[in-house]
Design a binder for this molecule. Structure first.
Ligand code: DX5
Ligand code: ZN
Length: 215
């Protein structure tokens, strides 16, 4: 019932295909792929061609997190590359409604992400149209940061809003998730746990993934 989505950002980039395969074989149903453009966040990671090259190495559900200024333009490239969920930021300087429609037209699931300073209410106008809300529990841009416990009330608030809406919307959390913080976010209402360092920096991927699922 809980989904673990290991963030490939923390993997060994010199062997992305093997890393993607390894976490799927270790029991992760999803693979989280962080795309950064050096504008929306001060870091640059990977593009659609790299997603396409990883695709044959994993049967996992490809969860693409766009931390970019122009998701409307790039969504199609990532869908063609094998993304099954495209999540973009509500803070991106783009037309949110148009971006949601575009992603849906491409036949993939759509998620919206909130940076730590963005309140839960910001998502209200879009709840009717989306499949997932991603709550950032660190400032987006880099892996390995400390979990922000003050995001827990926001997760709980979103859970309440979603329950009241009657819609089937997943709550995903991203940043500083490990076996100590996983129980806290689950308690607040999250069901999809992104984990970079706590999975890829461990010696045993299966043990790390199981410990997040069972925490
Ligand atoms: C940060 C990314 C995260 C990151 C999480 O901007 O969105 O997905 O990889 O890494 P950890 O789990 O190490 O905090
Ligand atoms: Zn992410």
């Amino acid at each position: 019932m809980y989904i673990v989505s290991p963030s490939i950002l923390a993997s060994d980039f010199s062997k992305l295909g093997c890393e993607a395969e390894a976490v799927y074989n270790a029991g992760a149903q999803w693979l989280h792929i962080d795309v950064m453009d050096g504008h929306f966040v001060p870091n640059i990671t990977l593009g659609a061609d790299i997603v396409r090259s990883i695709r044959p190495h994993s049967k996992a559900f490809f969860d693409v997190h766009l931390m970019i200024d122009d998701p409307l333009f790039y969504a199609e490239r990532f869908a063609q590359a094998g993304a099954e969920l495209i999540t973009f930021h509500i803070e991106a300087p783009c037309d949110i409604e148009k971006t949601i429609s575009k992603i849906k037209e491409l036949g993939v699931k759509v998620g919206i992400s909130l940076k730590p300073k963005t309140p839960a209410e910001a998502i209200a106008p879009y709840l009717k149209d989306i499949d997932l809300v991603l709550v950032m529990t660190v400032e987006p841009g880099f892996g390995g940061q400390k979990f922000m416990a003050d995001m827990l009330p926001k997760i709980a608030e979103l859970k309440k809003m979603i329950d009241e809406s009657g819609k089937d919307i997943l709550i995903q959390v991203d940043g500083g998730i490990d076996k100590n913080t996983a129980p806290l976010v689950k308690e607040a209402g999250a069901t999809v746990l992104v984990a970079g360092s706590s999975v890829f920096r461990s010696n045993d991927y299966k043990e790390a993934i199981d410990s997040l699922k069972n925490a």
